[in-house]
Design a protein around this ligand. Structure first.
Ligand code: PEP
Ligand code: MG
Length: 587
């Protein structure tokens, strides 16, 4: 038994078998073969070896020409691994004796070498593992079992990976058979994490080396409450976990009682909690979690299936079904927010961006692909038969952009009208506040937009110039930074001056401390992952708005994120000592 510590970003406890995935490599499944298929399987393998050797030779020659013989040596080492020594024979041996597919045999051999070399402290030997892994992953690619970024079918497994792209995460999770997720890296506000949280899949990040330590088929306990992953647990650890799991279920059931309470603080200040969804089926869980509508439908996830994303009719059907399911509550549909960390295989971004977070993305991208943009807008407008759809545009930079987009909306309306497909219902148009520069434009937007939505994930990223997905700068990414706190206060104030509605839909809205801070600033609409709704409602229904407001007002004079966070929590605890005791059964 071994325990790996990480950071839990989606709670819950799960026990299950591990499936390893390396974002740079391929996912491998075991397939048994018949004895009379051995020759064919070995031929397949030898062809892959031949191809890999030819590729390495080419790389070697290029490197030698451009960087000299010394640099080329690295590749020569890999080439030799495939030419002489035991590696190739070991793989053939496993295919023939274990009667398994080549891919599985390759993984078995890799495991063996990692074990052997992993115990040797000499750095040169450790480097050798990297060479072997690199060569083996080249072989896997040459076997071409799965196209890159194409998610395999998963069957009740816990996925262990260094990191996975959101498109693959979405595809895996939507199959409904992913029990848990353990990632060496991954951002807390990245889309993989957001999705895991929405779908209530226990997820641990920042495990550093879990994907190296854990092997395929290892039994794992993923404890999303403690942030621990237990590898091959003892029977007594399993028994303890089972009890903890049952208690957690009791806690969750109790939390559901909160759903029945009115949406008001103790002193009758109203608030509205809405849900963020990425995939249409997530809307099923929202009403049962107490959501009063959808505050953010991240439609870019439709690119998981290009047949949907590129088709007006299919989009229309999806938007319409979500809107009808949520009726009479509002459904805010955000147009495709593709680009920067959100890349999809089915949608190629032409520009090779040096700095994608500042480049062509979201509405900037789709204003260059106007037909496609218009198709989506038409799909949304046409779907508004129930009259509860609102249209939201992400990553707005300037007023001219809004004017251009609104003209496109009018064009879309005209076309639908001509086709007799425009419902006679109003669609409010809103913009996301994610780029700090747009904040000073709010006073000018009174007659330009109908509502606002604050994307705090990006607003923090752009306010502090910190990549929201990067571990190395994660310590700087903080919602309590005085700059972030002030800008959020300013936004609230400016929007109330022009009398428009605003919803906060970034991760800040769904976490107790930050949500309280936003409540104290005067925000009343919060959109978050379904699971957070009951927790936030529990916290909000226990406090007095007047007290929270007074506390938050004090934050403006503090100069550091630590002071702000501590002051907020301590002041709240003074009056409500049990406020943040989230899981009383586990203390
Ligand atoms: C945000 O930036 O806070 C937001 C809600 O949008 P996304 O996380 O999809 O970028
Ligand atoms: Mg955003």
């Amino acid at each position: 038994m071994k325990t790996i510590k990480g950071k839990s970003v989606s709670s819950g406890i799960i026990i299950g078998k591990a499936l390893l995935f390396n974002s740079h490599k391929e996912i491998v499944f075991k397939e048994n073969i018949d004895a009379d298929a051995i020759r064919k399987e070995i031929d397949r393998f030898e062809n892959a070896v031949k191809r890999a050797r030819a590729q390495l030779k080419k790389i070697y020659n290029n490197l030698q020409k451009t960087m000299g013989k010394d640099s080329a040596l690295i590749i020569e080492t890999q080439y030799l691994l495939l030419k002489e020594g035991n590696l190739v024979d070991d793989i053939k041996h496993i295919i023939a004796t274990d009667l398994v597919n080549t891919e599985w045999a390759i993984k078995e051999v890799e495991k063996k070498y990692v074990e052997v070399f992993g115990n040797i402290m000499d750095l040169a030997f450790k480097e050798r593992i990297n060479d072997i892994s690199d060569v083996l992953s080249r072989l896997l690619k040459n076997l071409k079992i799965h196209k890159k970024d194409e998610a395999p079918e998963v069957e009740n497994v816990i996925l262990v990976a260094d990191d996975i792209p959101p498109s693959m995460a979405a595809s895996l999770m939507s199959q409904g058979k992913l029990l848990g997720l353990v990632l060496d890296y991954g951002g807390e506000t990245g889309h993989t994490t957001i999705l895991a949280r929405t779908l209530e899949i226990p997820t641990i990040l920042h495990t550093i080396d879990a994907s190296r330590v854990i092997a395929n088929d290892d039994l794992l306990i993923v404890d999303g409450l403690s942030g621990e992953v237990i590898v091959n647990p003892t029977p007594s650890a399993i028994a303890k976990t089972t009890i903890k799991k049952e208690k957690y279920q009791v806690y969750k059931d109790r939390l559901k009682e909160v759903i029945k309470l009115p949406d008001m603080t103790k002193d009758k200040h109203p608030f509205k909690l809405l849900g963020n969804i990425e995939l249409a089926f997530e809307s099923d869980a929202l009403l049962s979690h107490g959501a009063r509508g959808i505050g953010l439908f991240r439609t870019e996830f439709l690119f998981m299936d290009p047949n949907i994303a590129f088709s007006l009719d299919q989009q229309y059907m999806i938007y319409k079904s979500v809107a009808q399911k949520m009726y009479p509550y509002p459904v805010v549909i955000r147009t495709f927010d593709v680009g920067r960390d959100k890349v999809y295989d089915s949608f190629q971004i032409e520009e090779d961006e040096v700095n994608p977070a500042l480049g062509v993305m979201a509405v900037r991208l789709f204003l260059r692909q106007k037909e496609m943009f218009k198709t989506q807008i038409k799909g949304i407008l046409r779907a508004n038969e129930s009259g509860n759809i609102k249209l939201l545009f992400p990553m707005i930079t300037e007023i001219e952009e809004i004017h251009t987009i609104k003209a496109l909306v009018e064009e879309a309306k005209d076309e639908l009208r001509r086709e007799n497909k425009l419902p006679d219902k109003q669609v409010d148009i809103g913009i996301m506040i994610e780029i700090p520069g747009i904040v000073s434009l709010i006073p000018h937007l009174e007659h330009v937009v109908d509502f606002f939505s604050i994307g705090t994930n990006d607003l923090i990223q752009y306010s502090l110039a910190v990549d929201r997905n990067k571990d190395s700068v994660a310590y700087l990414y903080n919602p309590f930074h005085p700059g972030v706190v002030k800008v959020l206060m300013e936004i609230r104030e400016e929007i109330s001056k022009i009398g428009k509605e605003v919803t906060v839909c970034g991760e800040m809205a769904g976490k107790p401390f930050t949500a309280l801070m936003l409540l104290g600033m005067g925000y009343t609409n919060f959109s978050m992952t379904p699971l957070s709704i009951t927790e936030i409602k529990r916290v909000f229904t226990q406090v007095h708005y007047s007290y929270v407001k007074k506390t938050v007002k004090e934050l403006a004079r503090l100069s550091s994120k630590t002071e702000i966070e501590e002051f907020l929590i301590e002041t709240m605890l003074k009056k409500y000592p049990d406020l943040f005791i989230k899981q009383p059964l586990f203390q």
